[in-house]
Design a protein around this ligand. Structure first.
Ligand SMILES: Nc1ncnc2c1ncn2[C@@H]1O[C@H](COP(=O)(O)OP(=O)(O)OP(=O)(O)O)[C@@H](O)[C@H]1O
Ligand SMILES: [Mg+2]
Length: 416
């Protein structure tokens, strides 16, 4: 509980008085003067320093992260929005622009890793260049008291995870609406060379107006090596229900197709009510992503259209070469099935290996046919030859027989 809520709760100040203090604070911030709310409350004579401190005693979360959150210059922390496996997200007021933002504060162990910090700033910069209504806008990055923080657009709404955790199964049309908006966000980011790497229901937010926003775009992740992936599986990533096989293998050249796989796994969960692969431990789940055949989504939800089932299966193909060749292709198919048309890109997409196999098979078949024809032609000639030979021999035998008969007849006449 922060100062504002604490003093209101203790009836030391009204909401209006606190709002007036916020205004004063914002005005001062615009002049480059950062004053805490507590100081303003005291200066304005609303309460004494002791009263403020007493009111907060029982309510304030005094963990070190909260303390650091309250010391981010230029921002006033209002309340805690949520806690992920890796970080805490706070609702805050950006004093200079007098607007509400969300601030994600990373844990110390990541802030102390120089390689991670370098990536954190690099990706933060790249994310700040993105501009899409479907991406939670990155606003600022920085560090305060040894903690790195990421300031972003505040989204009022729920996450897809909130729905799924209540056991909600999305209708095909509802899921398509959400997935198309995320695909648009991804197409925009991928076009600028940015990969999300952690697409999942918890990172998809939906506003009251049904605008979908992809969160954590441009937030650097812990390194994608196999060991870290396995190590962090239960901790930083949560159970890896949506992670791509190549990320599990710790491949280094992760590209947009990893995001397509994760979005496919999210889509699968939304329309079937089940994660694609479940297991008793993170490593059991990861093993299934690598090895186990996917139960087609329309086998679980038989009301799914063939087109949607086909799209999900292509998105979740284990070999990324067989997934969509681009996020734009995926988007085209999602829009086509929404219109009730077939997913043409999915049908056009055939594994290059399979294409080669088909070509080889065709070549072999043609060759076999040619060989058979040639063999047939050859055997005809042999037959023709042998028939002519047979006739010749028959005539010769007949002639010999006739000659022998005429000799017998002559001898008979001479003896007579
Ligand atoms: N921009 C935002 N606006 C409003 N709320 C947000 C915003 N970003 C995150 N949140 C809230 O904070 C929570 C924690 O977010 P965070 O990204 O730390 O973890 P997560 O995505 O939920 O899970 P995980 O740590 O497993 O990735 C989210 O579930 C969401 O409710
Ligand atoms: Mg998140």
């Amino acid at each position: 509980m922060m100062i504002a809520q604490a003093v209101i709760k203790a009836r030391l100040a009204t909401q209006d008085e606190v709002n007036a203090c916020f205004k004063t604070q914002a005005e001062l911030a615009r002049k480059g003067e950062y004053v805490t709310l507590k100081d303003i409350l005291v200066q304005e004579g609303i309460c004494t320093r002791n009263q403020v401190e007493r009111s907060m005693k029982h309510d304030v979360l005094e963990d070190s992260m909260t303390r650091s959150a309250r010391h981010i210059p230029g921002y006033h922390i209002i309340s805690k929005l949520g806690q992920g496996a890796m970080a805490t997200v706070w609702k805050a007021r950006q004093l200079s622009l007098d607007r509400i933002v969300a601030i994600k504060i990373l844990p110390k162990r990541l802030s102390e890793n120089p390689e991670f910090v370098e990536r954190f700033y690099k990706e933060g910069k790249a994310a700040a260049k993105l501009n899409s209504p479907n991406i939670v806008q990155a606003i600022d990055v920085g560090d305060a008291q040894g903690y790195h923080y990421f300031v972003m657009e505040y989204v009022e709404g729920k996450t897809v995870y909130d729905d799924l955790s209540k056991g909600r199964v999305y209708s095909e049309a509802e899921a398509l609406d959400v997935i198309i908006q995320v695909a648009k966000a991804l197409a925009h980011a991928h076009g600028k060379g940015l990969i999300h790497r952690d697409v999942k229901p918890k990172n998809i937010m939906i506003t009251k107006e049904n605008v979908v926003k992809l969160a954590d775009m441009g937030l650097a992740r812990a390194k994608d090596d196999k060991e870290t992936a396995a190590q962090e599986a239960g901790r930083a990533y949560g159970t890896p229900y949506y992670i791509s096989p190549e990320q599990i293998r710790g491949e280094l050249d992760i590209d947009f197709r990893a995001d397509i796989y994760s979005l496919g796994a999210t889509f699968y969960h939304m329309v079937t009510g089940r994660v694609p692969f479940d297991g008793a431990s993170p490593s059991a789940v990861m093993h299934k992503h690598l090895k186990e055949l996917l139960l087609p989504p329309d086998h679980i939800n038989t009301s799914l259209s063939a087109g949607v089932a086909e799209i999900i299966e292509i998105m979740m193909t284990k070999n990324r070469n067989s997934r969509y060749a681009s996020t734009e292709d995926l988007l085209q198919d999602l829009q086509a099935v929404t219109r009730g048309e077939p997913p043409l890109q999915a049908r056009r997409r055939v594994d290059p290996k399979l294409l080669k196999n088909i070509a080889d098979m065709e070549k072999r078949a043609v060759k076999q046919a040619e060989d058979a024809a040639a063999e047939a032609a050859n055997s005809d000639t042999v037959m023709q030859i042998s028939t002519a030979e047979q006739t010749k021999w028959t005539i010769m035998i007949l002639l010999a027989v006739m000659l022998a008969l005429s000799w017998i007849f002559i001898i008979y006449l001479l003896h007579k």
